[in-house]
Design a protein around this ligand. Sequence first.
Ligand code: ADP
Ligand code: MG
Length: 727
Amino acid sequence: MAELRFKGLYEIMSRRVPEYEIQETDVTKIYGIHVFDRVKMSKYIPEEEFRQVIIAIDEGKKIDRKIADKVAAGMKLWALEHGATHYTHWFHPLTGATAEKHDTFFEPSQNGVINDNFSGHELVQQEPDASSFPSGGIRNTFEARGYSAWDPSSPAFIVGDTLCIPTIFISYTGEALDYKTPLLKSSHALDKAAVAVCRYFSDKTDKVVANLGWEQEYFLVDEALFMARPDLKMTGRTLLGHASAKDQQLEDHYFGSIPLRVSAFMRDFELESYKLGIPIKTRHNEVAPNQFECAPHFEEVNLATDHNQLLMDIMEKTARRHMFRVLFHEKPYSGINGSGKHCNWSIATNGGLNLLSPGSSPHRNMQFLTFFVNVIKAVHDHSDILMASIMNAGNEHRLGAHEAPPSVISIFIGKKLTQVLDEIENTLAENSVFSGSDLELKLNLIKIPEILLDNTDRNRTSPFAFTGNRFEFRAVGSGANVASAMITLNTIVADQLTEFRKDVEILIEKGEDKNKAIISILKRYIITSKNIRFEGNGYSSEWVEEACRRGLPNLGSAIEALKAFKQDKNISLFEKNQVMGKRELIARYEIQLEDYIKKIQIESRVLNDLAINHIIPTAVKYQNILISNYLGLKEIFSNESDIYTCQLNLIQEISEHIEFIKNNIIEMTETRKSANSIDDIEERAGIYSEKVRPFLNSVRYHIDKLELIVDDEIWPLPKYRELLFTN
Ligand code: ADP
Ligand code: MG
């Protein structure tokens, strides 16, 4: 029994008693109880100050110190009543995780009395010793000065005994060291640009927000087995392991019922999420064994981003209570599906009108088409930076493999809308269109069903698909901070809408009617962005070839994709829209390269350890068994060589694999060493990508072959069938 190999571990783990209490399961009683939301603010903050804070939040105005003091006092009172003893500024550093440094609310005073220690000042600004967060050279380590500053647009919340205050994180020279700062700026840019365009259709719109509904995919793995896999523990993915005889080929997991132990985990983390006001709505199995997904109802993009980061944290903590580990890596297992985080993105007005949702009147359709076509044009013109914003060492394994979108960005819009765009392109012929005819009538002929949700035939192979009232960006990786993709998406659309307005104004100045000007610019965009539209199978190799013929960038290498960050056109895009400056972009580029190098370096070291200290000794042990068997057989049957030839061949085969592994590990280490001596980070990352990375695959190949030969009883690591089917 192979599973007996890990019996000891199972026993140790099962002796651990889960520490959690039985939870209140009535969602109406617990929803948001750990969030200092508007209702609680109104109770804990004096009326006038509350009013001011709400104005500041809704209109993005500054909050003055006196108001901050009142908010801090109310927030603290609420937190203390809910058992909090500490507070922290909670932010999203560029590591991709979240960071917190806890301080107590209390402080000893001279006469021994414990005094409280949290005013507007502590609420608004903190100076964590931040020298070890990545900053890509912006903040020299010796200065160690990054400030975190309160983001009132995302509510404070309590986790455990700590009040967490969402904050931005910036250097003392004002550059962003986090994801939230540019995210807020990109939302502001989008708001401004979209409102200006909305004015063509209505003078009531004075605010536009981006909404995001993410779908989080993940794998679960039994904690005991996880512990026995140094690669999973150290890198989040398996660096070796032969494919299981059965994995996802029967497609029985996707529709299967959720295993009991897994649904207990889901229930538990969902309840924790509800307390924090995260509106988790759906849960289901995913395609691969032990792969699952959850998704909340969509929210404003800043809040949705905070909630996703928070949820990943909650899931990791909750998984331990159920003796699971949750894997957010984009490709934990080779040969089966990876995990993504689909980002459903739309834009809506303060009146609640979804600008990407078609309506019944020609007027609404025109507005819809304007935003719809501009998003397509934005993605067409900037697909390189969009790709850069989601690329990393993990997603590089996922994109283009096993039911993941390819590394070429294309847009799927469905049959109906393709017809509509074709009609605009063809029937509204240049110049002749408008002469003497009634535009309203023309537009009326273009039928856009109000509800498109059933019409879009849900092409699941497209990296960027229109799904009826939103775009779904599917190339985002499961472990990513969604802010990175959202910053880019908001910015490119903001930029495009600004361009659109300029183009339309030029025609209006020439005396063109407003509606005619709009439609003729849209028509121009439809034509110029046409080649990014693709309705076929995005997973096919024919598409990759076709995309290449169309001249669409194919950025399968993370290192190549990331270069978009330093290109002049992209720097000026972010500068123009006041989202990030050159130094910030170059810093981000370098941080990403550094991250890439470190990830491959760690994987390479872990594989080195596994190969030399786990696999080769095991292979030798088994080989010795074969050798004594061979010697014994030879002694008994000296004249009948066919009786021991099989053993002889196996002994030889094992030696060949060992030799290959050993030699390649030495070579990989040498390559790493020479790469490490290179100062230029780009060049170093290039060597890690092109020279070090291939060793991971070639060494693995031989280890996986050994796994098929060596006695199961002595194989030291849990196998794919155990990792994937224990739940
Ligand atoms: P799927 O069928 O792709 O699995 P779901 O219907 O489960 O999608 O929804 C996926 C996500 O899309 C959810 O988070 C949902 O709230 C979100 N979503 C729905 N409508 C919008 C919208 N207009 N803007 C942004 N996100 C939306
Ligand atoms: Mg989806």
